[in-house]
Design a protein. Sequence first.
Length: 462
Amino acid sequence: LATKYVFSDGGKKITFTIRPGVKWSNGSQMTAADVAFTYNLLRKYPAINTGGLDLTGVSMAGDTVTLSFPTAQYTNLQNIASVYIVPQSVWSTVGNPATYVDANPVGTGPYTLGTFTPQGFTMVKNPNYWQASKVRVGTLDFPAYASNTNAEEALFSNQLDWAGNFIPNLKKLFLSKSKYNTAWEAALNTVTLEPNLNRFPLNQLPVREAVSLAIDRTAISTEGEAGLEPPAVNSSGLALPVFDAYLAGAVKGDTISPNANVTAADDVLRAAGWKKGSGGYFEKGGKVLSFTISDPTSYTDYAADASIISSELKKAGMAVTFNGQSVTAWSSDVADGNFDSVLHWSNTSVNPYGLYNGWLNSSLDTSSASGDYEHLHNAAIDAQLTKVAEAPTPAAESAALSPIETYVAKNLPVIPVVYGVAWSEVNGQHFGGWPTPSNPYESAQPATPTNEVVVLHLFPRG
């Protein structure tokens, strides 16, 4: 929705030139006033500021909007520019946007809402879309499935064109069935065990160190993730090899064994004063080393991963159990901090800033958190994240990242497990133009906001 952007004031201001000729789906003109209004909403209602933008001012001049920040934001462009713009004519009268239920969404995108039921929703062409010639798919259907298994069944029976699920035996069950069936799992992020740092015993560093040592990442990769997500290899949490260039020399030696090391975990705990009790589990101060790992049962790979971790940690003297939940209950508990630990993917970002900001930025730890789920509050790390955002060059960014990488590697506010991929399975008999390893114009995962980019590349097979 912008034709260009320019940083000024040493990176503390960014000015967007708003694209002319864009209409809302109700036919009215989208203007710079709508953009300014949207960013001011974020300032007024922190609950919807899910990117944690520290906005100090929003101004408009003609077709430009300038956003002001207390510090430079060179590295934070992705978060700043990814805010969904809303029409002032609608949202200025709804009250608190965090609680508003929009029964008739108005947007600028290629599609508008068609139908909406508990079984799913459809989207139809927006007749006012500013790039109408690119919209070659008439209707999008988003069915709701209860689990990975139900979605797989729909894919295997040709009811779906596009899915993004963990599928064991992918080649046998799907790829071999048709020349049109393809899959691409591009490495994107880091899956971690995120401890609740407000709860005992995972608020104790020796416990987190022992947990990391006792996890069998090879078993998780090969059994839980069917070999599709490789074991994490460095305690810094950086998604590798995607961000190899940013791996600081100070943490290159902080490698993670792909296999469990129960003896080393035992040594760490005993050195911290933990002793085995009569039940075979470690105890300290009358408390058993016990916690749960919570994840949705419908996330079948995460459920398998959590079960493997629980089993391995029990062998290491930790009373760990898997708490399977519904997606709704789990999402609510993660946002509210009602958990001991969770397996969770990191942010997918164009640079490591997005990864660490999502994990460590304390401003995201609100009453309905959108990040920093482990509840880390470290002023020095917050300040260092600011320095990363201020970095005007890749070299400066790498230098500013080094202390953060070191902190994560030494303190384990998150415990790296495997490297996450963009799950994508395509039945291409009806449409062409999908992203592939040889044409990687976008990740192929059917998730927002990148699924819009993919759909605008698709064409019906004649």
